[in-house]
Design a protein around this ligand. Sequence first.
Ligand code: UTP
Length: 326
Amino acid sequence: MHAVIPVAGYGTRLRPHTYTIPKVLLNVAGKPILAHILDALIRHQIERVTIVIGHMGEQIQQYVRMHYSQLTCDFVVQHEPLGLGHAIWCARTSFGTEPVFIILGDTIFDADLKALLQIPTSAIGIKAVDDPRRFGVVEVSGGMVVRLIEKPSEPPSNLAIVGLYVIRNTPLLLECLEHLIMRHTTTKGEFQLTDALQCMVEHGEQIAAFPVEGWYDCGKPETLLETNRFLLARNTQAVAPPCDSVVLPPSYVAPTAIVERSVIGPYATVGEGAIIRDSRIQNSIVGAGASVIAAVLDGSLIGNNAIVNGSFHSLNVGDSSQINYA
Ligand code: UTP
């Protein structure tokens, strides 16, 4: 099975962080989002991966080449993020007629991937959600997908597509994608994978609906922090507390971070080389090389090499930052 991970989007909802770091390289629970995905692929013996890059793609290539030399990984450039369907179209020559396993680059799963990969037909991950209008939505009958609609204003069900797709009939997928692209058929301004899958169903493709309970989105600040909390709680491991500080589990403190006279956690991730002094940090992610001095942080995302000094008396923040005093 050949995996394709599209990561060419701008990650606008995570600005200002994504002005300088691609979304998939943001740290969650001690390692980049992409590393959680690649580690899961390695655990399932999937060793051929195509990553569709765009915006700041060279950082992603460099990271993968440095840390995942055991994977046979190639990179395809999507010059403009014209939609998920278009991203997969850009990767077409890398997988040819082989079955393909598509995983969105900003989603971490806690799912039985082995069971998903053993399904003999095509299959997509689905989950019941409260407000399906923001997602691709499926209608299911007897465990099989009978209709797919991208971000419907009147959803036919509450079953959202969660970003895991196993496509067996790749020639048909490519035919449907080509059809959309040649006719400039977009939904909400993008070439949608959902629309191509609907075309496949109309051409008789059997697509099983695979329920996924553990679906952890990393696309927005609040969901990134939620995913951080979940992963820290799941992988809880003792962190050696610095002598004059306290680390409340679950938390992750990189071995090269310097922590002095502080209380870290619960649910805090502190990146490599960060410096934390006289501070209280919980439910937050502090990037590599950042300094947090005499501050109280809760529900915060602090970028790499950022400086937070004092209890919000002096702020030096980038475009689109959010500051919540409450
Ligand atoms: P999203 O729409 O959630 O990510 O796409 P985004 O566009 O990066 O984020 P926002 O909406 O601007 O905040 C889901 C995944 O599909 C990839 C994204 O990089 C992300 O991993 N994608 C999306 C592409 O590779 N190309 C596209 O044209 C669109």
